[in-house]
Design a protein around this ligand. Structure first.
Ligand code: PGA
Length: 251
C-alpha cells in the first residue's frame, strides 16, 4: 500500500546552524509521538551530512533538492546522487518547477537525474505541475501527462515503483493561492490513471502522489482527506516546527 508522506522543501533558506537547529527541533517534537505519515526534510546540499548525523533518520528522512544528471567527473559545481546518498540522505526532489524555470532543466535532463538517483538508491520525489496560463487554457492535464511521459515512462516497472510524485501547480507555489481540494483530487486521480495506463493498477495504487503549493496548517487536513492525495510537499510552511508539525499531524 502507498505511504502518506509530508516532505519539507527548505529551498535556499537557512544557513547550516539555522538548518541544524530546525532539524533537531523537529526531531525533538517527533520524539515519543505517533504520526501517521512518513516525514521528510529537503535541505540544501551542504546541510545533508550534518542534519543526517543530528537526527533520528528512521523517523525523519533527509532529502536533497536536486542532483547531477551524470555519475561523476569534470562537472564543476555539480553534486552527484552517489554523494548525496553517502551523507545518509534517502530522497532527492527532482523536477521542481523552480529548477525547470530558473535553471532550464529539461525533461531529458530530468530523465537522466531520475536514473542517477535510482542507481544510488535514492527515492526521487518527482515534481510536475502546470503554470497558470496552461490551466486557464485548459491544457493542465495534457501538460502534466507530458511531464510524466517524457521523464519517467521509459523506466522499468520496478524502477517506476520506487518513485514518489508531487503535483505542484506552479500558480500555487509560494503564492498563498492553494489549489482547492477538488482541483487537487481531480489532478491526482488523473495522474494515477495515467500511471495505471502505462504500468497497471497495482503500481498506480501503490504510488504516493503528494500535493504542493501553499499547503499549510489550515488547509492540509482538507487536501489530505482526498483519496488520491497522499501527503504534501511543503515549502514556506516547512521552515518552522510550529508550522510544519500541524501539517504532519493533519494525518
Ligand atoms: P510553498 O512551496 O509551500 O511555499 O508554496 C512548495 C514547493 O515549492 O515545494
Amino acid at each position: 500500500m502507498r505511504k502518506n508522506i509530508v516532505a519539507g522543501n527548505w529551498k535556499m533558506n537557512m544557513n547550516l546552524q539555522e538548518g541544524l537547529a530546525l532539524a533537531t527541533a523537529l526531531n525533538e517534537a517527533l520524539k515519543g509521538i505517533t504520526v501517521h505519515c512518513d516525514v521528510v526534510i529537503g535541505t540544501p546540499f551542504i546541510h545533508l551530512a550534518s542534519v543526517s548525523n543530528s537526527i533520528d533518520t528512521t523517523k525523519i528522512g533527509v532529502s536533497a533538492q536536486n542532483c547531477a544528471d551524470k555519475v561523476s567527473g569534470a562537472y564543476t559545481g555539480e553534486v552527484s546522487a552517489g554523494m548525496i546518498a553517502s551523507t545518509g540522505a534517502k530522497y532527492v526532489i527532482l523536477g521542481h518547477s523552480e529548477r525547470r524555470a530558473y535553471y532550464h532543466e529539461t525533461p531529458a535532463m530530468l530523465k537522466e537525474k531520475v536514473i542517477q538517483a535510482l542507481a544510488s538508491n535514492l527515492t526521487p520525489i518527482f515534481c510536475i505541475g502546470e503554470v497558470l496560463e496552461e490551466r486557464e487554457s485548459e491544457k493542465h492535464f495534457e501538460v502534466v501527462k507530458s511531464q510524466i511521459e517524457t521523464s519517467l515512462f521509459e523506466l522499468s516497472t520496478e524502477d517506476f515503483s520506487k518513485l514518489v510524485l508531487a503535483y505542484e501547480p506552479v500558480w500555487a507555489i509560494g503564492t498563498g493561492k492553494t489549489a482547492t481540494a477538488a482541483q487537487a483530487q481531480e489532478m491526482h486521480a488523473f495522474i494515477r490513471q495515467t500511471i495505471a495506463e502505462k504500468y497497471g493498477n497495482e503500481i498506480a495504487n501503490d504510488t504516493s502522489i503528494l500535493y504542493g503549493g501553499s499547503c499549510n496548517a489550515s488547509n492540509a487536513k482538507e487536501l489530505f482527506s482526498n483519496s488520491d492525495v497522499d501527503g504534501g510537499l511543503i515549502g514556506g510552511a516547512s521552515l518552522g516546527v510550529d508550522k510544519f508539525m500541524p501539517i504532519i499531524e493533519a494525518f
